[in-house]
Design a protein around this ligand. Structure first.
Ligand code: FAD
Ligand code: NAI
Length: 476
């Protein structure tokens, strides 16, 4: 007998597995299909995020940051190491793989706990069935299941440079970048975006000579430019080499290494020879093998599954969430959409507020923001006030020995409503949560300025930046 479900979710990344759990919580029978395999061929739910994205990158960022501290900062604290610290890359990668496995196992446990039926294999549309859609699962044993409602959450994959396919040995996507077996002497990175900066930082801290080539003329163009400038200063001081406004002409890998021919911002021909090259120039929606065209599931002109504001696709009772649809490619955005879709299927009013989705770049210093940048407000002709507070004037940051950066508030000139908060500095990833809550409740900068913040804490810099909007900082 064909197994029937109220909801079939294709993909168990943060969008899919969260949608499945929320739908099950709401009393529906749910199946979730995912094809990711671990090294022994077993299931590895969690998608890009868990296997080759958020989680392993943060594990390596942590390991490399400890290494960097041991090298450059322990001495400031009077900690004397008997020897120069060295890195056991195999052990570091083993730890990272362990962290990934804990997360894979955690999701399988959550499926059991919530009675979500998990199918390991590739899901594809067969056609409509009585009361829903037939979905084929191509796994160890093929089978067809039926879902009244289907959620497509098939995520994204790395975009390659034309003529330079990923071999994951010398020309690396995020996948290979997270598994380099020994610190390369020279590492090239194409694209100074989120992956380029995070992965470039990991291998630079471990001793690689890292050069990043970026097509756009400005550094982190989508980030508030005052914050981006501060970050650029810090990364350059750390030894990251970055060139902007370049045009890549060719990439060739051979025994000698990887040779990149490019034109610099003056149009002059340049050559970069490196041991390994990470290509991080954005990601493509993953609809391969879904049989989208077979059932008439509409894709947009860029290949994303076309959806409306509520994640409804062109087919009735078929939804799509996460990286495979428009909007930022972020795990928490995928999760929010997954929850909202499950709630809509259950007849509730799921909601995602795109204005309050935070961004974090986990470099050192970290960069985090929510809402609008100063350049966006200027372009929109909005009347605003700005307030900044440097971590240099924050007691906790001094005690930590990490005083780079600032918190910046942007608020409406008349109503004082917070329009954007931008942070570059220590623990920006955690600090931004307060700003997200404030903006979700449509708070004013004065609200934050009047709230008691623990002392000494980095969050006092947030309060002080809010005070700065009214030109009344207390500690600067
Ligand atoms: P995915 O996580 O890509 O999951 C899709 C799943 O569907 C995969 O398991 C795939 O195997 C499966 N699948 C696809 N097609 C089929 C099919 N036909 N049948 C069965 N299964 C299928 N975001 C953050 O918010 N914070 C971070 O710190 C962060 N760091 C990142 C670091 C890196 C190196 C990368 C590459 C990305 C990072 N991201 C981060 C982005 C984040 O990983 C994605 O936004 C997120 O994973 C998207 O979730 P998703 O569920 O839409 O898709
Ligand atoms: P990205 O969009 O962040 O950056 C890509 C960069 O490559 C851009 O600056 C772009 O101008 C540049 N570029 C594009 N084509 C180029 C070319 N031919 N030559 C030189 N430069 C070129 O994409 P990235 O870094 O690949 O990451 C993909 C996505 O994954 C991110 O946008 C983000 O959504 C997600 N991610 C999120 C993280 C986080 O939240 N901390 C961490 C890593 C990834």
């Amino acid at each position: 007998m064909v197994k029937q479900f109220d909801v079939v979710v294709i993909g168990a990344g943060p969008g899919g597995y969260i949608a499945a759990i929320r739908a099950a919580q709401l009393g529906m029978s749910v199946a979730c299909i995912d094809e990711w395999k671990n090294d022994s061929g077993g299931p590895a739910p969690g998608g890009t995020c868990t296997n080759v994205g958020c989680i392993p990158s943060k594990a390596l960022l942590q390991s490399s940051e400890y290494f960097d501290h041991a090298h450059h900062h322990f001495a400031d604290h009077g900690i004397v190491l008997a020897d120069v610290p060295t890195i056991d890359v195999a052990k570091m990668l083993g730890r990272k793989n362990g962290v990934v496995k804990q997360n894979n196992d955690g999701i399988l446990f959550l499926f059991k706990k919530n009675k979500v039926s998990f199918f390991h294999g590739r899901g594809s549309f067969v056609g409509t069935a009585d009361g829903g859609y037939e979905i084929k699962v191509a796994g160890a044993a093929d089978e067809v299941i039926v879902g009244k409602q289907v959620v497509v959450a098939t995520g994204s994959t790395a975009r390659a440079l034309p003529g330079a396919a990923f071999d994951e040995k010398q020309i690396l996507s995020n996948d290979g970048a997270l598994s380099i077996g020994a610190v390369p002497k020279k590492l090239g990175v194409i694209g100074a975006g989120v992956i380029g900066l995070e992965m470039g930082s990991v291998w630079r801290r471990l001793g690689a000579d890292v050069t990043i080539l970026e097509a756009l003329p400005a550094f982190l163009g989508a980030v508030d430019q005052q914050i981006a400038k501060e970050a650029h200063k810090a990364f350059t001081k750390q030894g990251l080499k970055m060139s902007f406004g370049v045009k890549i002409d060719s990439v060739k890998a051979d025994k000698k290494g990887v040779t990149v021919q490019y034109a610099d911002d003056q149009g002059a021909a340049q050559t970069l020879v490196v041991d390994k090259l990470i290509v991080s120039i954005g990601r493509l929606p993953n609809t391969t093998g879904l049989n989208a065209e077979g059932v008439g599931l509409k894709l947009d002109e860029r290949g994303f599954v076309a959806v409306d504001d509520d994640c409804r696709t062109s087919l009735p009772n078929v939804w799509a969430v996460g990286d495979v649809v428009r909007g930022p490619m972020l795990a928490h955005k995928a999760e929010e959409e997954g929850v909202a879709v499950a709630e809509r299927i259950a007849g509730q009013h799921g909601h995602v507020n795109f204005n309050t989705i935070p961004w974090v770049i986990y470099t050192s210093p970290e960069i985090a923001w929510v809402g609008q940048t100063e350049q966006q407000l200027k372009a929109a002709g909005r009347d605003y006030k700005a307030g900044t507070f440097p971590f240099m004037a924050n007691g906790r940051a001094r005690a930590l020995g990490d005083t780079t950066g600032m918190v910046k508030f942007l608020a409406d000139a008349k109503t004082d409503e917070i329009l954007g908060v931008h942070i570059v500095g220590p623990m920006a990833s955690e600090l931004i949560a307060e700003a997200v809550v404030a903006m979700e409740f449509r708070a004013s900068s004065e609200d934050i300025a009047r709230i008691c913040h623990a002392h000494p804490s980095l969050s006092e810099a947030t309060k002080e930046a809010a005070l700065a909007v009214d030109k009344r900082t207390l500690n600067f």
